[in-house]
Design a protein around this ligand. Sequence first.
Ligand code: CU
Length: 281
Amino acid sequence: MAIVLALVLVVVGSIVFHMLSPWWWTPIASNWSYIDHTLVITFWITGVVFAAVVLFMAYCVYRFRHKEGAKAAYEPESKRLETWLTVVTAVGVAAMLAPGLYVWGQFVTVPKDATEVEVVAQQWQWNYRLPGEDGRLGKTDNRLVSFENPLGIDPDDPAGQDDVVLEAADLHLPIGKPVKMMLRSIDVLHDFYVPEFRAKMDMVPGMVTYFWFTPTKTGTFEVLCAELCGVGHGFMRGYVMIDTEENYPSWLEEQPTFAELSAPRQVGSAETVEPEGAGAQ
Ligand SMILES: [Cu+2]
C-alpha cells in the first residue's frame, strides 16, 4: 500500500510542481509564440502519458498484490495489446514532432522585408554587423580575420565599406521590424540564444546559419551562449536592446562603419613606424 501511495504522490506532486513552478519561461518578446505552443503541446502529451503510466503501475501494484494461493498467468504475447500500444505511441510521437517541424519551417523561411543582421561569435564575446546605407552586408572570409579586421570583412568589396561593426558591443534593433539573424563563428562552436525571443541556433565555423524574428517588446534582453565553447563559456554574455522606431536611428548613427574603423588604424600604423624603428636601436 505504501508503494501505491508513493506512486500516486509522484504523479500529483509532479503536476502540482509543474503548475506552481517558479522556473517558468520568461515573458515572450518576439513573434515566436508558436515555439511556446509546441512546448505546451509536448508538456500535455508527455504529462498525460507520464500520469497514465505511473497510475497504471499503482493500480497494478494494488490490484495484483500478493494473495495466498493466487497464481500469475503467463502470457508472453498479446497481438491486440501490441497493436494498440504501437498505434497510440506512433500518434503521440507524431503529435509531438509535427508542430515542431511546422514551426521550424517558418523559423527559417525569412520574409522578404527582413533586415540582415550578422552575429559573429568568438571566444568569448559577441560581435555584430549591420548593413550600412546600401542595405547590404559586404563579403567576409574568416581568413581575413585579424586584429584590425576582427570580423574578417573583405576590404575589396565596396558593399562592406559602410557596414556597421559592433565589436564586443551591445546590439540594438528597432521594434516591429523583421530581422534575419545570420550567425557566424570565427573559432569554435557557439550558440546564439536570447530566451525572450524564443530563438537560438548553433554557430558553426565555416558556415552561416540563420533564423528570423520580429521583436515585439522594447527593452534589454540578455544574449547567452548555449554551446559549451571553452573556459569562458559562462561569461559569454551580451545584450540586445530593442529600441522604439524613433530612438533607433540616433543610436545607429553613432556606430562606427568598417571604413571608419579601417581609416584611423592605417594612420595609426603609419605613426607607429617611428617608435618601432627607435625600439630596434
Ligand atoms: Cu560561446
